[in-house]
Design a protein around this ligand. Structure first.
Ligand SMILES: [Zn+2]
Length: 433
């Protein structure tokens, strides 16, 4: 009897031991930028099972074994990136390319800022359990000034938005203060936050400051309410801080929209290599029409004003960072000359002008986003999702290394450098049609 007990015990121990060693994959000899702090862990082995990080060990002492081992000697890994302000393509047939452009640039999380009921079906289809597409966080169909709805209709809209799985109510503009109060109450009642534009009633006229302070906003786009309204700047800043509202600066949109670039420069902006010649021609034609109609002098004045506003935005961003207000990386690639994925780099470069540190900028695309949605990625540590990109250099030393993502692990699949090069080649060749 004793012998049997001993044998069973031994088998259990042996089983537990073999279980412990059987990871799905181990990445060896890699430097880890965990994003817990700005010091990389050099030369580590990282073991993954069922999409989770199970162990991180010093490579020299590590005995982690797995079904598959990949040597990343000399490379760096950091959490994959999130874009907090995207607009999904109008047609489903354009989705795959849209997703692939993000994957190519290491972006595995996308927050959609202009919802549509059809996006719910897209999410179900493209975010299946083992999906190789970025994870979507969806906005309800936007609410604007032109909305005609009775209080009952508004309530059923908010209720349905929450029940359908939308993450927030997107406000574009507000008809009047009564509608805002109704909406804000419903947002609290159904526990679905408000996000979007600062609630101006018309140009320069906002709702009562007290209503904003008590509102259910959890994010604001475009530095709304903080630019060109000096009288309310400090009080709004404090309201944002107190309510833990996250800010999406969307600098790329303003930088490209400012009109500062020549036709030649526009064609060379980041990501334009993925745009077809025909599309580029249409864009240039539209720009030319706009500029010709405006006239040289007026255009010059407009550009000067836009660039001035951008300078103000950099100062505001710097202040927000100093106040400990959380920001999210958010290029807002929603108009011509803009490209999802590539614009992550443009946005990062513009944020440097606000004098943020590289680490602070990377937080915006990783930990801040994870915190915003209360998810366990964004930091590479045991227990968290194994969701990271492979880079040649430490991005905290050199953000430019993000231009060439050399690998991606996410949702239990791995894209090697070769896989990404193939993806890039196919995206480039299909854009030349
Ligand atoms: Zn937008």
């Amino acid at each position: 009897m004793q012998k049997i007990v001993l044998l069973v015990t031994l088998l259990v121990i042996q089983h537990a031991f073999s279980q412990k060693q059987e990871f799905d994959i181990v990445f060896k000899n890699v430097n880890i930028v965990s994003m817990e702090n700005d010091k990389p862990l050099l030369n580590q082995n990282i073991a993954i099972k069922n999409g989770k990080i199970i162990a991180i060990e010093n490579a020299k002492k590590s005995k982690l074994k797995a079904i598959k081992t990949i040597d990343l000697k000399g490379k760096y890994i950091m959490p994959s990136l999130a874009d907090a302000h995207i607009h999904l393509p109008e047609k489903e047939e354009d989705l795959k390319r849209f997703f692939e452009l993000n994957i190519l640039h290491g972006v595995t999380k996308l927050r959609s800022m202009r919802g549509d009921w059809k996006h719910l079906a897209w999410k179900e289809k493209y975010n299946s359990k083992d999906s190789q597409f970025p994870k979507l966080y969806l906005s309800a169909p936007p609410i604007s000034r032109s909305l005609e709805a009775t209080p009952e209709e508004l309530e059923s809209f908010v209720k349905k938005s929450k029940e359908s799985g939308f993450k927030f109510l997107k406000i574009l503009s507000i008809k009047n203060q009564d509608v805002f109060v109704q909406l804000d109450n419903l947002s609290k009642k159904y526990d679905i936050p408000l996000a979007g534009h600062f609630p101006y009633l018309s140009a320069g006229v906002s709702i009562d400051e007290e209503l904003f302070l008590k509102s259910n906003f959890n994010s604001l786009e475009h530095l709304g309410g903080l630019i060109g309204d000096p009288k309310f700047f400090e009080s709004r800043l404090q309201a944002i801080k107190k309510n833990n509202i996250f800010i999406c600066p969307t600098l790329t949109w303003y930088s490209i929209g400012s009109g500062q670039y020549s036709y030649d420069e526009l064609q060379k902006l980041a990501g334009m290599e993925y745009v077809s010649i025909a599309t580029m021609q249409t864009w240039l034609e539209k720009t030319k029409q706009y500029r010709d109609k405006m006239g040289e002098q007026a255009l010059k004045e407009e550009v000067a004003k836009e660039l001035n506003d951008l300078e103000e935005k950099y100062k505001v961003i710097n202040r927000l960072q100093k106040e400990g207000i959380k920001m999210l990386l958010s290029p807002d690639a929603s108009s011509k000359y803009m490209m999802v994925g590539s614009n992550i780099i443009s946005e990062i470069e513009l944020l440097k002008k606000a004098n943020l540190s590289n680490f602070e900028i990377l937080e915006m695309a990783t930990t801040n986003f994870a915190q915003f949605f209360n998810e366990n990625y964004g930091v590479l540590k045991t227990g968290n999702d194994a969701d990271f990109i492979v880079l040649d250099e430490n991005p905290i030393d050199n953000l430019q290394t993000l231009k060439n993502v050399k690998g991606l692990y996410f949702n239990s699949f791995y894209l090697s450098s070769e896989n990404l090069m193939e993806l890039k080649a196919s995206l480039l060749s299909s854009s030349n049609k």
